[in-house]
Design a binder for this molecule. Structure first.
Ligand SMILES: [Zn+2]
Ligand SMILES: [Zn+2]
Length: 341
């Protein structure tokens, strides 16, 4: 009997029998291998939704995943048992934003693992063939699942456009903040300051190459003689994210907001604080065309996505994984559910 992890409502996740829908010639069936738990999944668990995307009926989360094909796909030159990654986003390709190349902003997108579309926390899943991402043989199941969050990091860097030797602050040292940090270290930006109130996450940033760490933006202001940094990239779940980003930003700086705040609201922001600094502020939404670069970065060992994975669970351990993340466990950075073990 195939089973899946269903989010029923706030802090209510259950492992239950699940019959995947019957496939079509446009889909392929996978045995799911690795599924990453994302901060967005945690919002569905903690808040019962993200903004207007609410859980009306129990749904299966999981949009960062890899799996093995149950049958050959000749048109893609893929064979049974082969490990592949999956791009969870299926944009419409017909709307104004798709035509402009902003597929990540498509309002008609089908996104596997966001309500009402079930995701990959199940042993067996049908995915659209066009969503299959072919990966090098050397890639592991965890690496293949981590291509999606790495893509989010790449998109944030694309928006941020780090410049030579400028100072950068990364707010939030979860998997996305740390992934962004790894990418920043590949650029020729100047010192990178990393901030997280959780000591183990700030420490992880130090291990991953941050030049200085702190538990709040005050530490960054101390380190920059009160000036703040030229570029701030935010990847937290804090309602104070916007206020903190502005505070950490130098006059004339650029700010990229990537995180999703708990409860979906930002704390009130002083208009004068942001306006007088003349800040250039961008919001990052999922990702653009990033998979080829994500694959290249992992295959060439330019980034180490497995170093972001701190915990593994089986499907039955999924409720524990969510509870640990919710409780800000003192060791946890990123959980992966292994469905093939
Ligand atoms: Zn995600
Ligand atoms: Zn579209």
């Amino acid at each position: 009997m195939n089973r899946a992890a269903f989010i029923h409502g706030v802090r209510d996740i259950r492992i239950e029998p699940f019959d995947p829908p019957v496939g079509s010639p446009d889909t392929a069936r996978l045995d799911v291998a690795s599924v990453g738990i994302c901060g967005s999944d945690l919002h569905y668990y903690k808040d019962g939704g993200i903004g207007s995307a609410t859980i009306d009926t129990p749904f299966v989360p999981g949009h960062e995943f890899s799996g093995r094909l149950q049958a050959d796909i000749e048109s893609l030159e893929l064979s049974r048992g082969q490990l592949v990654s999956v791009d969870p986003a299926l944009p419409c390709h017909t709307c104004e934003w798709c035509h402009r190349g902003h597929h990540n902003l498509c309002p008609n997108v089908i996104f596997l693992g966001a309500p009402p579309y079930n995701g990959a926390l199940t042993h067996s899943i049908n995915v659209p063939r066009q969503s299959i991402v072919t990966i090098p043989e050397s890639m592991t199941a965890d690496e293949a699942a981590m291509l999606e969050p790495l893509g989010v990091c790449i998109h944030a860097i694309d928006l941020a456009k780090p410049r030579l030797f400028e100072t950068v602050t990364v707010l939030g040292c979860g998997p996305i903040g740390l992934g962004i940090l790894q990418l920043l270290k590949l650029s020729t930006c100047g010192p990178v300051y990393a901030v997280d109130p959780l000591p183990h996450r700030a420490k992880a940033a130090l291990q991953q190459g941050a030049d200085e760490i702190g538990d709040s933006t005050d530490a960054i202001l101390d380190a920059t003689s009160g000036l703040g940094s030229d570029l701030v990239i935010e990847a937290t779940n804090s309602p104070n994210a916007f206020v903190d980003s502005v505070k950490a930003a130098k006059i004339g700086a650029r700010v990229v907001l990537v995180g999703i705040p708990d409860g979906n609201d930002y704390a009130p922001l002083s208009a004068a604080e942001a306006r007088r600094r003349g800040l250039n502020i961008k919001f990052s939404r999922r990702m653009g065309n990033v998979y080829p670069r994500a694959i290249e970065l992992v295959a060439a060992k330019k980034v180490d996505v497995e170093s972001l994975v701190s915990h593994h669970f089986t499907l039955d351990g999924t409720p524990d994984a969510f509870a640990m993340q919710d409780a800000n466990d003192s060791e946890l950075i990123k959980s992966i559910i292994r469905l093939d073990q």
